[in-house]
Write a new protein. Sequence first.
Length: 330
Amino acid sequence: MPSIKAAILGFGTVGEGVYRILQEKREEIKKSTGFTVDVVSILVKDKAKNRMPVTGAKFTDDIQDVLNNPEIDIVFEAIVGEEPAYTYLSDAIEKGCHIITANKMMFAKHGPALLKHAEFRNVKVGFEATTAGGVPIIRTVTNLLAGDRVKRIQGILNGTSNFILTKMREEGSSFELALKDAQQNGYAEADPTDDVNGTDAFRKLMILSSLAFGQQPDWEDVPVVGIDHLESNDLLDASKDDLRYRHVADIWKDEKGKLQATVGPVLIGDSHPLFGIDGVDNAIIVNTEYLGSLTLIGPGAGMYPTGSAMVADLLHIIRQHELKPVMVTN
Ligand code: NAP
Ligand code: HSE
């Protein structure tokens, strides 16, 4: 049975999720693709940390152990921040590895360059997990673009914010307590500032913008507001009027063809498709020229939803690319 060798960069909530799913679904993957997938290397920051036991993979804190291993066909990236993630993935592409990332902070800025580089090296880039966790929005928009044109994308793109707003409204929980709960569930970033100030949703919107419109608006032109100024009373008052706060990221082309975008909390009534989206769920409404309106809903964060999006990328790459080692030698 041919084997695909994989490395996982980062073994926190998401990296561990990828590993668990690859183990749990090993036989299914073998049956459906004809390949076994073996994780041989796991990059972490602190090798001394206590972790779940793994079989067949070596923990390392040195990226060269991954990049200099000619066996590795595919690199999953689930570390934090723009760098060193961008450099690691560029180097992996240069070595001929396919890459799959969950790192939206890095991908919002460097995604277009990575995609170009990968095309040049004839390898694939999976980035489903960068946007809306387990919701297959990247694949859906990609498919739609084959015969249609996206006019507008509007959605709840941060699971932590939606989880907090729901807890505050339904349970009268304080912002701080609801955030703590989101952190304990593995939804929030290690530093949750960008979750609650709107920046995380903004970055995901920029990734969607590149995909759907082939460009991003000037980042400075996009007003970005978070939910961190809202209090339980604001939400309860809105409920009395049958309204709800939702944190909405929105992008569209105006009549002059210029991209316009906004990110922030909006008050909506029960006729709005985002009214009933609660907890960690994300929801994205895509408006297109021919299809009209399509809404995708599902878990926007967490170990298994995000891990499953990355494994789905892997299966897609295997089927699309008949994955073979394509190492480039210096
Ligand atoms: P996390 O739990 O904080 O885990 C981060 C992992 O990356 C840790 O294993 C850490 O090593 C490792 N790491 C960090 N910096 C590193 C470096 N410079 N070199 C090597 N290893 C490094 O984070 P997470 O929640 O799994 O998120 C990972 C990525 O996925 C982030 O970019 C995040 O934005 C994105 N994401 C997260 C979710 C989610 O639901 N959590 C969903 C979608 C996307 P140590 O273990 O040694 O500290
Ligand atoms: N912290 C992010 C969120 C993880 O809550 O949406 C998924 O990208």
